[in-house]
Design a protein around this ligand. Structure first.
Ligand SMILES: [Zn+2]
Length: 390
């Protein structure tokens, strides 16, 4: 690592992280440190939040519950915020996958702020900074993939614009992240595969990002072996606690890495695809990842022969395969084989056709995540990546 400017960086994350099997039992006192009346955002099956609600009741914390049914839309956030405000909630708990956590973070932001969501939303809104800090948020992930418990944005879909955009502010970092891997033991294999490959993408893209720094490098290189040894195992043996803990840890590290180093072209594609088609974020990232790695590698070999992108892909290959002499191409092959083994559906499953390619490519080139890609890709290269995943 050269000294000088390369060692100049900024790093921000959730102030308190409580990680480990069984840590949900500690949620009562943790929640009490944040407020008296919780707006509890849970996933599709709110019964799963019952152990959480019991512990809140035992601490005399009032709870108003809200169930999300899919990735959050701008209208859903506006409705949920009105609900939380009318109930008199003073803090928010997100309990679920990325959709529940992003909903919780967005409601926490709007709860304390005047005006409407579009005043603050990036790209399709007026992108004003929050006037006041967000309300406190406690994030409890029940999937291992998004890392949303340690990121400072919420990704919201606007069906009217057929796109997704972020609400983003430093104060939207959850005040506390409680990561209990036991909450993921019952995740079905397909969801485990898609969310796990999202976490893998969120460790690879920040590591090769043009905004990578020594802190995010340490997180990515530390967590990649955990995904490598445990993703397939967790898909095949869902109740393997060690494998589930590995994935929960990798997801946590991936959220910290992406929040501080940015992402790349896979997430650049995921923004328009997720806004235009009913495809889950994790599944989109999973099917695109090997094609994006191969394209970045080929482009870097030609256009950045003296840069360190290829060396970084070599390191990823060594960490994923466990072989000290593995090269970048071995890493791409390893990811390609894993995506095949886990039976990740192709994008055409969700209705994406060749006719959609030019518009998706145009939107991906302009997406905020794309700015982190190790080098700019041409329209032809972007078209090839997307076409390979149809
Ligand atoms: Zn992602």
């Amino acid at each position: 690592m050269p000294v000088g400017n390369a060692m100049r960086f900024e790093f921000t994350t959730t102030g308190r992280i409580v990680f480990g099997p069984g840590t949900l039992q500690q949620v009562g006192p943790l929640a009490r440190s944040l407020g008296r009346h919780a707006f509890v955002v849970a996933g599709r099956n709110p019964d799963r939040a019952e152990p959480l609600l019991q512990r809140l009741a035992a601490e005399s914390i009032a709870a108003t519950c809200f169930a999300v049914s899919g990735e959050p839309t701008t209208d859903a956030i506006t409705g949920a915020t009105a609900h939380a405000r009318a109930a008199g909630c003073d803090f928010v708990i997100g309990f679920g996958g990325g959709s529940a956590l992003d909903t919780a973070k967005a409601v926490a932001a709007l709860l304390t702020n005047p005006g409407e969501l579009l005043d603050y939303l990036e790209v399709i809104g007026r992108a004003q900074p929050l006037a006041r800090p967000a309300a406190p948020c406690l994030a409890i992930p029940t999937t291992a993939g998004t890392g949303a418990e340690v990121t400072r944005n919420a990704v919201l879909a606007s069906p009217a614009h057929r796109s997704k955009a972020s609400l983003r502010d430093f104060s939207m970092l959850p005040r506390i992240a409680l990561v209990d891997p036991q909450l993921t033991l019952d995740l079905p294999p397909a969801l485990t595969a898609a969310t796990g490959l999202d976490a893998l993408t969120q460790l690879i893209e920040p590591y090769v990002s043009c905004r990578a720094n020594p802190m995010t490098d340490a997180l990515c290189t530390g967590a990649l072996p955990h995904v490598a040894r445990s993703l397939q195992r967790a898909c095949e043996h869902g109740r393997d606690e060690a494998a589930r803990a590995d994935l929960a840890f990798a997801s946590l590290c991936s959220g910290q890495a992406l929040a501080n180093a940015g992402l790349g072209i896979v997430h650049g594609f995921a923004a328009p695809l997720g806004g235009m088609f009913p495809a889950p974020h994790g599944a989109i990232c999973a099917i695109l990842l090997p094609h994006a790695m191969a394209a970045n590698l080929a482009a870097a070999r030609i256009r950045q022969p003296a840069g360190n992108t290829v060396r970084r892909y070599d390191e990823i290959a060594r960490l994923l395969t466990g072989r000290p002499h593995a090269t970048a191409d071995d890493g791409v092959a390893w990811v390609r084989a894993l995506v095949a083994t886990l039976s990740i559906p192709r994008l055409s499953t969700y209705g994406v056709t060749t006719a959609d390619v030019p518009l998706v490519v145009e939107k991906a080139a302009a997406a905020s995540s794309t700015k982190g890609n190790p080098l700019p890709l041409t329209t032809a290269e972007l078209t090839a990546i997307l076409s390979a995943a149809l």
